[in-house]
Design a protein around this ligand. Structure first.
Ligand SMILES: Cc1cc2nc3c(=O)[nH]c(=O)nc-3n(C[C@H](O)[C@H](O)[C@H](O)COP(=O)(O)OP(=O)(O)OC[C@H]3O[C@@H](n4cnc5c(N)ncnc54)[C@H](O)[C@@H]3O)c2cc1C
Length: 554
């Protein structure tokens, strides 16, 4: 038996089967063999009266947007394939990001406090052979998804929302005035397989079953994650441009468990992969992850092979022998990312929320964090679209704006990965990252923190590049052959746009109060532009907020 088979077979919950199921999906993605589903159809026939304003498919992150909308008086139904229950493993997040739930009055500060399982500081960033960098208050809170989702579910139901559990989405027909959402009533409810990051969702969709309830709604939200059949239809079988592979465990027995690691490497490039590590105190042990950025070349390693490397390197990384550890959970998943993001629906009356939307950075595997960041904007924007009946493809696309600050991170992902035929200095990625973080540290927290929180800002990026070109010009020169000319040109374009968006964001703050004379439709578009500039320049969390009454609050 391999180390993976031996250890995973000791963990309750049949993690090995879940891992292999996820690996089959990862293989089908690499080989591009998965069929493109046809689950959305359109018709010219009208629907008549809708029973719901919003139907959300997928409850894990869908319940957040569902709760925000039902609280604003909309008739909302959430359909969930399984029972709505978050995973046992904590979501890591920062406190201000979590406070959004209180600001939107979805949860009280006491309810939020109950869901926080761990809080730790500082967190370390360090690359093989380089010095450590320490930051505070970034991803330093572990939230228990089970408690968070249970509380939100109670709120959602109390506010009049309808939750249909064990009710998988089957297909939808888009009419000019609404959407018919058909569900499946599975004969055998499928079980959730490990932490496969949505792999189970994909598999169960193939299983089918007799038909379940049909819902008629004005707007349909797909919150079924990365492997949503609707996403695969919308992307027409397109292969992801990049992927982040993650394996790890939560275990007890570590000698030190007070601080966290945000991004640490202990090896040079091996097997065409630069391995990074993450570690956090958890409620019942310590979570450690090994992750790597890669393309979807057919020869990329399986998650099981990555797990073997994880168990081989963990003792060196955490200075602990495997025999000392008592493994509680195996954690694994992979996060596809597409340059063409966020995903704009090609259909009327349909939008994406959560991982399906691809709003998050290609560097993160924290779709929960991205959802919380965008929740105020999405909740106000969807409310305004419903109120003004602006539910066709064009106005809804404004809710998924271009974000140059996320697009620039594509190059970062590229610099941290190695092509299957590329020959690069095995310690080149570590040296580059050490150099970049050294410059950011010199420039201070206002530069470093936004970068680590998916909020890259033009000022910080520009200062870092300037400092690097003075102190470590050789690093920039080494990147060029590794990433190639086209991605560099593309990146410069997004970097330029980031500067423009920062200016537009300032301009927006000045002109925002004078738009009340515009027509309701023009106001809707203007509000979305303001938000697009703000979020796209990494300036969210400050200044302009569009309230639920469509007022601009400063
Ligand atoms: C190992 C690992 C570690 C992670 N760590 C973090 C972290 O520290 N911080 C963080 O912010 N995020 C983290 N994440 C990511 C986070 O878990 C995801 O971003 C989040 O789960 C995305 O939620 P989602 O609802 O968009 O998609 P999913 O989690 O894929 O959920 C999709 C939902 O839709 C349901 N569904 C699927 N198909 C159907 C169907 N046909 N009908 C109805 N319902 C359906 C599923 O049952 C599920 O409830 C981690 C993920 C993994 C795998």
């Amino acid at each position: 038996m391999s180390s993976v088979e031996t250890i995973l077979s000791q963990i309750p919950g049949d993690s090995l089967t879940g891992l292999r199921q996820a690996d089959r999906l990862w293989q089908s993605l690499r080989e591009n063999t998965a069929p493109t589903p046809l689950v959305i159809e359109t018709t010219g026939e009208t629907l008549g009266n809708a029973d719901w304003d919003v139907v959300v498919a997928g409850g894990t992150l869908g319940i957040f947007i569902g709760a925000a909308l039902v609280q604003q008086g909309w008739r909302v139904a959430v359909i969930e394939r399984l029972m709505l229950r978050g995973r046992d493993q904590e979501w890591n997040i920062s406190r201000p990001e979590l406070n959004v739930l209180a600001e939107l009055q979805l949860l009280t500060p006491e309810e939020i406090a109950q869901a926080i399982g761990t809080e730790y500081n500082p967190v370390r960033i360090q690359f093989h052979g380089g010095k450590p960098f320490w930051v505070r208050d970034v991803l330093n809170i572990g939230v228990a998804p089970t408690i968070l989702l249970e509380t939100l579910k109670t709120r959602f139901l109390a506010a009049g929302g309808k939750l249909l559990e064990k009710t998988p989405f089957a297909r939808a027909v888009i009419h000019p005035d609404g959407v018919t959402v058909a569900t499946t009533n599975p004969n055998i409810a499928p079980g959730k397989a490990g932490g496969a990051g949505g792999a189970a969702a994909y598999v169960s969709h193939q299983e089918g079953g007799s038909s379940g309830p049909t819902l008629k709604t004005r707007l349909f939200i797909d919150a079924m994650g990365h492997f949503s059949p609707i996403v695969r239809q919308a992307r027409q079988g397109q292969k992801p441009d990049g992927v982040c592979l993650v394996v790890g465990t939560c275990a007890q027995g570590f000698p030190n468990n007070d601080t966290g690691d945000l991004m640490v490497s202990i090896t040079p490039v091996q097997n065409y992969c630069q391995y990074f590590w993450e570690a956090f105190p958890a409620r019942d042990g310590r979570t450690t992850y090994l992750f790597t950025y890669a393309d979807t070349h057919p020869d990329r390693p399986s998650l099981e092979a990555l797990f073997a490397d994880y168990f081989r390197l963990l003792p060196e990384y955490q200075n602990v022998s495997l025999d000392q550890l008592e493994f509680r959970r195996a954690l694994f998943g992979f996060f596809p990312s597409y340059r063409q993001s966020p995903l704009r629906s090609p259909w009327d009356r349909l939008i994406f929320v959560g991982d399906s939307s691809a709003l998050q950075s290609p560097l993160s595997f924290g779709g929960f964090g991205a959802l919380l960041r965008h929740l105020p904007r999405l909740s106000a924007g969807i409310h305004e679209a419903l109120e003004k009946d602006l539910l066709s493809q064009r106005p809804l696309a404004q809710l998924m704006p271009y974000q140059p600050n996320i697009s620039v991170t594509w190059l970062f992902q590229r610099t941290m990965s190695v092509g299957m035929t590329q020959k690069i200095d095995p310690n080149g990625i570590n040296n580059l990252l050490s150099g970049v973080f050294d410059c950011m540290e010199q420039l201070g927290e206002p530069v470093m923190k936004p970068f680590l929180q998916d909020k890259v800002q033009f000022g910080g990026l520009f200062q870092t590049l300037m400092l690097m070109s003075v102190q470590r010009p050789e690093l920039g020169l080494k990147i060029m052959p590794q990433v190639g000319p086209l991605p560099l040109v593309d990146w410069m374009q997004h970097g330029f746009n980031l500067g423009i968006y920062s200016l537009l964001d300032r301009f927006g703050s000045v002109v925002a109060p004078s738009v009340s004379h515009l027509s309701p439709v023009a106001q809707y578009y203007f509000h979305r532009w303001l938000e697009g500039w703000k979020y796209g320049s990494g300036g969210d969390g400050s200044d302009i907020v569009i309230s639920n009454n469509n007022e601009i609050l400063s």
